[in-house]
Design a protein around this ligand. Sequence first.
Ligand SMILES: Nc1ncnc2c1ncn2[C@@H]1O[C@H](COP(=O)(O)OP(=O)(O)OP(=O)(O)O)[C@@H](O)[C@H]1O
Length: 263
Amino acid sequence: MTDTSTAPVISARDLSLTFQTNDGPVHALKDVSLDISRGEFVSFIGPSGCGKTTFLRVIADLEQPTSGTITVNGMSPEAARRARAYGYVFQAAGLYPWRTIAGNIKLPLEIMGYSSTEQQSRVEKALELVELSGFARKFPWQLSGGMQQRASIARALAFDADILLMDEPFGALDEIVRDRLNEQLLELWARTEKTIGFVTHSIPEAVYLSTKIVVMSPRPGRITDIIDSPLPRIRPLDIRDSPEFIEIAQRVREGLRAGHLDD
Ligand SMILES: Nc1ncnc2c1ncn2[C@@H]1O[C@H](COP(=O)(O)OP(=O)(O)OP(=O)(O)O)[C@@H](O)[C@H]1O
């Protein structure tokens, strides 16, 4: 039997994706090669248009690569999607205002045909993970922006998939709320041992959260640096003042600058 415990959860080799547009081809991804191991927290950082979202969408089988290969849990992205290998969190919480928080989290479970008892227990567990247990019967508009985003994370967690793909989930929130959500996300990651792919524009956020930071650059969208973080997995917020943190942030900044110089 093959040992799958050490095999990468996501493995991309020479992955390229070119969109054909009226203005000519757009090279959203070029020769991207990356391995993500089980339980890693991987951030994708880079300027607008460097292909961060496109890469997440390829993992999720929402876009097809033009060339190269990618596997998710050892399968094609299509097979992984059918096996419900991941949950996806978007930048906007995208909750239906006429449904309660529990109703929003339940919706995909209803569509997938889970029994109502199963739906109920999954909703309770997901709400507990994002510390929203008392808010099941509230409507989205009764919650703050940060709480709405936590509810959308709960919706993605309700499938109990091993992989969580998050596309700039906290980008629209103020810094204090974002700090708190970053802390909560790390706690959640430690409790659930999920593999997380996280898109961000923020250097401190990427360094604080990640075990691996993937620095990207546009035209064509490509990886310019991959940084394996030496920081411990348990991180208080004030780790951001430590010399190790500042050094990694500096390397990310240099990677971003180098990508710009190539333009
Ligand atoms: N469906 C599409 N059709 C044509 N071009 C596209 C499509 N989706 C993305 N692109 C282009 O591909 C490039 C990469 O886009 P992508 O959204 O992946 O970048 P990003 O790094 O996530 O940017 P941002 O930080 O602004 O979200 C951009 O130039 C974008 O305009």
